[in-house]
Ligand binder design. Structure first.
Ligand code: G3P
Ligand code: CA
Length: 366
């Protein structure tokens, strides 16, 4: 049996056993380090569309990341936030003009159109749009063509592509605004876990990573499933559930050596803002890596930082190319990713999986 034709999903990260659960296929196991398609190949296609995920898989991603929110009728759909005017054509739909509203979402007053005010059938009359057209003008050619996919459609895609490519395509869902959705009677956690279990993703080695910035949400999920969970760490501030509970601890506290020991009690890994792994200097150049990777590994947590993007504004100053002030010209993303791989990370979220794949393959060939 060669590497591309073993029966288990296989190991990833820090010492995980092969999986022999309910979704077996003749696919290669997940590798030790993962290319995670952040919202799909979102540098190339409007984010969180089946087309963006499919392009990511074509480009060599090991995992696809749907951020998840809820419709009014309780269906989980892939959007980065529940306010959808920035990523769909909803504002141009006169039949939905009266749905515009102002809501307090995670303590931020937000005006727009919200997924929880739409049934799935209504939501699927909308079409996706490029979020950052100044950075990604080519992607706007795909505006108004693709639907907002359900979680089930994303799962179906991952399974179909696993069968077709012979590579295990992992799911990396993130629960968005869990406290808010709980407050309006549409809690997300159990629905996500139930959907994953129903699709055969039940055992710890299954190719699934459930992520959240909110600690309470992850701890609840840990009680519902053995699937792997990932504590996201923002570069500043504190989790929204901590704020609501009057807990003064910050993401910096969670990412400290002591904090990570607690994280290891309910999560398998961390997903830090990349600046927490390699900070920038005052001149916006890459600086010396912090101890975060070593501290996480010391307690058995893998480290998957976010987000690696190819356009100049997102890169450190020394890796920008061409017109360095251009919002859309691309710099040396592979060099940035390589620096992080040398710092010991176990995978990374990227908007450009093709470049991520090339950088990781080169790193593995050293
Ligand atoms: O989930 C990793 C990363 O995606 C977290 O940031 O805001 O892009 O969901 P965000
Ligand atoms: Ca995310």
């Amino acid at each position: 049996m060669n590497r591309r034709h073993c029966l288990a999903w296989g190991a990833i990260g820090v010492g995980l056993p092969g999986w022999t659960g309910g979704v077996q296929t003749r696919a290669s196991p997940l590798p030790g380090k993962l290319v995670i398609a952040h919202r799909g190949a979102s540098a190339l296609r409007p984010e969180h569309t089946l087309e963006a995920y499919a392009r990511a898989i074509d480009d060599g991603a090991d995992a696809i990341e749907p951020d998840l929110v809820s419709t009014r009728d309780g269906v989980l759909v892939a959007r980065h936030e529940n306010e959808i005017s920035g990523t769909t054509n909803v504002a141009d739909k006169p039949e939905f003009a009266d749905r515009q509203a102002t809501r307090l979402i995670d303590n931020v007053s937000t005006t727009g159109w919200f997924t929880e005010d739409f049934t799935l059938a209504e939501l699927q009359t909308l079409r996706a749009r490029e979020r950052i057209p100044l950075n990604r003008p080519a992607s706007t050619a795909f505006n108004d063509r693709f639907v907002v996919p359900t979680l089930q459609a994303v799962i179906d895609l991952a399974k179909a592509q696993t069968r077709e490519t012979g590579r295990t395509i992992a799911l990396y869902p993130e629960i968005k605004h869990p406290g808010y959705f709980r407050s309006i009677g549409l809690p997300l956690e159990k629905r996500l876990v139930d959907a994953l279990h129903a699709n055969g993703y039940q055992d710890r080695p299954a190719p699934v990573f459930i992520q959240s910035f909110e600690v309470a949400s992850l701890k609840q999920i840990r009680l519902l499933t053995d699937l792997r969970t990932v504590q996201l760490l923002a570069g500043r501030g504190r989790p929204e559930d901590f704020r609501l509970a009057g807990d003064a601890r910050t993401y910096a506290d969670i990412g400290s050596a002591a904090g990570l020991r607690e994280v290891a009690g309910y999560a398998s890994g961390i997903g830090p803002d990349k600046n927490l792994v390699i900070p920038r200097t005052a001149r916006n150049r890459l600086y010396t890596p912090t101890s975060l990777v070593a501290d996480a590994h010391a307690v058995g947590l893998f480290v998957h930082p976010y987000t690696f993007r190819p356009e100049n504004p997102f890169l450190p100053a020394e890796l920008r190319r061409g017109v360095t002030a251009s919002p859309s010209e691309q710099g040396d993303l592979a060099a940035e990713i390589s620096a992080f791989l040398r710092a010991g990370i176990d995978g990374f979220f990227t908007d450009d999986p093709a470049t991520g794949r090339a950088a990781l393959d080169a790193f593995n060939r050293r």
